[in-house]
Design a binder for this molecule. Structure first.
Ligand SMILES: *[C@@H]1O[C@H](CO)[C@@H](O)[C@H](O)[C@H]1NC(C)=O
Ligand SMILES: *[C@@H]1O[C@H](CO)[C@@H](O)[C@H](O)[C@H]1NC(C)=O
Ligand SMILES: *[C@@H]1O[C@H](CO)[C@@H](O)[C@H](O)[C@H]1NC(C)=O
Ligand SMILES: *[C@@H]1O[C@H](CO)[C@@H](O)[C@H](O)[C@H]1NC(C)=O
Ligand SMILES: *[C@@H]1O[C@H](CO)[C@@H](O)[C@H](O)[C@H]1NC(C)=O
Ligand SMILES: *[C@@H]1O[C@H](CO)[C@@H](O)[C@H](O)[C@H]1NC(C)=O
Ligand SMILES: *[C@@H]1O[C@H](CO)[C@@H](O)[C@H](O)[C@H]1NC(C)=O
Ligand SMILES: *[C@@H]1O[C@H](CO)[C@@H](O)[C@H](O)[C@H]1NC(C)=O
Length: 598
């Protein structure tokens, strides 16, 4: 209550007000008001100190950079994998607790002595104070949630859509950029979908879907000084897709370099060196992590400026801190809540005749791939349905065949392909089919914003080696799960649907949060926490970027240490996972397969 009181006092004395009006007519009376409020403040302060609390513990509260830093953000509401203070919180003395600790330096600036100087210097020190204070404005429903969107030169976004034919050598992307990025509507001839809200969405279309979805965000602002985060509507995925094959590195890097050059000159950049900026690329991170001249992709994510920003990608790197996994788009893009509820209800009631199923192609060139074994097991099981993706005519790429199979199965196998992740995982969950993962990088370390941390609530994990080396029977493993447990997991999966789909960007769901909402909130939480950490002087010098994947899995107060999944993310013997890496190979192979499926 004490904290609240102080904050309310603070908000009755708007700093900017004073500054803007300067020495005006009613300065005199303002000073009187200030003085009496200050006196009241001190009275209350002393009252609380001596009478209510009667202890010495409050004295340190007055220090704006006091060390009694109990973490303000608790784990569940803050999925930020950058462990800025999760670590610190445990290593610093944490003697205090409760609301008293939430007293921020922002309120200290209203102390009576030389308040203006102090306020002024604080303002200079933390140019994001104004934005941060909006959190406390209870009459502002957008307080703490404002997003500022850059008006980028069109060559960074709109022009790419105009030149959609050049976006891919093999696929005519023009089809997929229609309907605000959703692609052409899907007919519901077989009754697999619903009659509205279904589109033949390209798996790499999130760049444009997200940007359009942002236009519906309820707390946009044109005043960047209020922004909780700053969105850079660059179509990074479309940009690199154009040049992946047959273009030299300077062509591949050109837009990224131009973008960064443009950004770092903005006044908005200066505020936090870009650490409140985020952008979206609907492709896998490996397309943006070229280390050597001869490798694949561009070097966007290795540029110093990009290291300060957050990039949302459909597959993030376990070893890097500047990218975050967000769901692949599915075919379902509802325009209203009711469409989602009807769909969920339908998925609950379906009769699922297969125990498990798999849609995908083997990887004969990759000796480590377990796909061959998975396909064999499925073929040999009476309770498994297989959609084999071979060359030529194949049902494996038909949305209705895929969704129909997922809708009639209890479990859907999701082994890695060329890279860790697959769009298919999201299609299957949308169908209420419980995903079975074989590598933690396929989901558990990727989509920590969108999926429960306790993965056994919504999925089954069978470590790859159990298939590769021990040839365990998937059928047996899955049939051991009780019907009650299956029902419980499916219910969890179905309840997750809203946050895994991208709503139609041309309208807005009434109450549900979709994948976009979840991602934006996570970015806001991350930046807000960072700002508070800066004010409190907290920083984590022990952060090891190479272990990024681990931080997101920590419980509050837990330290990074050995993990049972270490072998899944161990680096090659030469010590550098990226050099000559498998990651360039991953990206290249993934791209080749992309060309096969149309
Ligand atoms: C934290 O607060 C609780 C009550 O809110 C109190 O019982 C406890 O002693 C406090 N702990 C410390 C370390 O101050
Ligand atoms: C609080 O928010 C309301 C509504 O947006 C706005 O009118 C008001 O100026 C804000 N107050 C402060 C102190 O910023
Ligand atoms: C921002 O400015 C543009 C152009 O002046 C205007 O169209 C838009 O509505 C403004 N947005 C907000 C959130 O005020
Ligand atoms: C890269 O390709 C572009 C366009 O094809 C060309 O203009 C440029 O000279 C090439 N750069 C290098 C370093 O080869
Ligand atoms: C990135 O952030 C750091 C620290 O905040 C800052 O020193 C650096 O200049 C920033 N980099 C760029 C390219 O702005
Ligand atoms: C995770 O979820 C499972 C299934 O709901 C439950 O049995 C288990 O206790 C949970 N684990 C933790 C650590 O919460
Ligand atoms: C795996 O086990 C099945 C029987 O469960 C057997 O038919 C198959 O040959 C085994 N595969 C390998 C690679 O050992
Ligand atoms: C990278 O690996 C490939 C084989 O995958 C090998 O041919 C090539 O020489 C390696 N390059 C370097 C720089 O080590």
């Amino acid at each position: 209550m004490f904290g609240n009181l102080r904050r309310r006092l603070a908000s009755t004395l708007p700093l900017d007000d004073q500054k803007e009006k300067g020495p005006g007519k009613n300065r005199q009376s303002r000073i009187c008001l200030l003085a009496s409020l200050a006196a009241l403040f001190w009275f209350l302060l002393l009252y609380f100190h001596f009478v209510v609390l009667g202890g010495s513990s409050t004295v340190t509260q007055l220090n704006p950079v006091s060390l009694n830093t109990k973490s303000i953000n608790t784990r569940p509401s803050n999925p930020n994998p950058i462990p800025v203070n999760r670590h610190i919180a445990t290593t610093r003395p944490t003697g205090k607790n409760g609301s008293l600790n939430i007293v921020k330096s922002s309120s200290v600036k209203h102390l009576p002595k030389n308040k203006k100087d102090k306020a002024h210097s604080e303002k200079e020190k933390y140019p994001f104070m104004r934005a941060l204070r909006t959190v406390e404005n209870k009459s502002d429903p957008c307080g703490g949630r404002y997003i500022y969107v850059y008006d980028l030169p069109p060559r960074f976004n709109e022009d790419m859509l105009k030149e959609c034919r050049s976006l891919s050598l093999w696929t005519n992307m023009c089809k997929y950029t229609t309907n605000a990025g959703l692609g052409p509507p899907l007919e519901n001839a077989e009754g697999v979908f619903s009659n509205t809200g279904w589109y033949a969405t390209n798996q790499f279309a999130v760049d444009v879907i997200f940007s359009n979805r942002m236009k519906q965000y309820e707390c946009l602002t044109n005043d960047s000084s209020l922004a909780a985060a700053i969105f850079v509507p660059f179509y990074a995925g479309f940009d690199i897709a154009r040049y992946l094959w047959g273009h030299n590195v300077s062509t591949r890097d050109a837009s990224s370099l131009a973008l960064v050059d443009w950004l770092v000159k903005r006044p908005e950049w200066e505020i936090m060196g870009g650490k409140d900026h985020f952008l979206v690329a609907g492709r896998i991170t490996w397309d943006f992590r070229r280390l050597t001249e001869n490798d694949w992709g561009n070097k966007l994510l290795f540029l110093p400026a990009a290291k300060n920003m957050s990039m949302l990608v459909v597959e993030s790197s376990p070893w890097n801190a500047n990218d975050y996994g967000i769901p692949y788009p599915t075919y379902f893009h509802p325009a209203k809540d009711a469409d989602v509820f009807i769909w969920q209800e339908r998925m609950r009631k379906l009769d699922r005749k297969w125990l498990f199923c798999f849609a995908g192609a083997p990887r004969p060139d990759n000796p480590k791939s377990i796909r061959g074994q998975i396909i064999d097991q499925c073929k040999n099981s009476k309770v498994c349905k297989l959609l084999e993706c071979d060359f030529g005519e194949s049902k494996c790429h038909s949305p209705s065949s895929i969704m129909q199979m997922f809708q009639s199965s209890l479990f859907c196998l999701q082994p890695q392909g060329d890279s860790y992740t697959r769009r298919s995982a999201f299609d299957s969950m949308l169908a209420g089919c419980i995903p079975v993962f074989f590598h933690p990088g396929s989901s558990y370390t990727q989509y920590t914003w969108h999926l429960p941390r306790n993965y056994s609530q919504y999925s089954v994990f069978i470590p790859e080696d159990n298939i590769r080396k021990r040839n365990i029977s998937i059928e047996q493993r899955l049939s051991e799960i009780s019907p009650e447990k299956v029902q419980e997991m499916r219910e969890t999966v179905i309840n997750l649907i809203p946050r895994l789909i991208y709503a139609d960007p041309r309208s807005k769901l009434e109450t549900l949060n979709d994948a976009f909402d979840v991602a934006v909130q996570a970015i806001i939480d991350k930046v807000t926490k960072l700002r508070r950490d800066i004010i409190k002087g907290r920083k984590d010098d022990n952060f090891i970027e190479e272990l990024s994947w681990k931080y997101a899995l920590l419980d509050e107060g837990q330290e990074v240490g050995p993990h049972e999944w270490d072998p899944f993310f161990s680096k090659p013997k030469d010590g550098n996972a990226d050099s000559n890496s498998s990651s360039a190979e991953i990206a290249k192979n993934s791209w080749k397969n992309e060309q096969r499926q149309k």
